[in-house]
Design a protein around this ligand. Sequence first.
Ligand SMILES: [Zn+2]
Length: 113
Amino acid sequence: MPDASFPEFPYHPDPRGTGFVVESETRCLACGTVRGYIYTGPVFAVEELDEAFCPWCIADGTAAARFDAEFTDVELGVPEDVPSGVTEQIARRGPRTSSAAATADSTSYSDFS
Ligand SMILES: [Zn+2]
């Protein structure tokens, strides 16, 4: 691998290959530094934090700790008490394996949109 200093994501071994991390001059909100890369994957947080963090702050937990955010890389699952906006995002990407499940989901998530 050419870049040994690049952070490792245990559930996402090649974030640049999948486009979850892209080259960017965006300043990271967590460390305040332009690292040359920015994380573009899903962010589950109260605030709008898309493309706000460098991959280093995602990987070491700084972004999650400082902004109370979650990232799909960590595969934490969905807590019961997440804010409705967050739940909505999760609902959109959630599995729809059967019409019964879809009905159950729409009941749970029906109080926004
Ligand atoms: Zn950072």
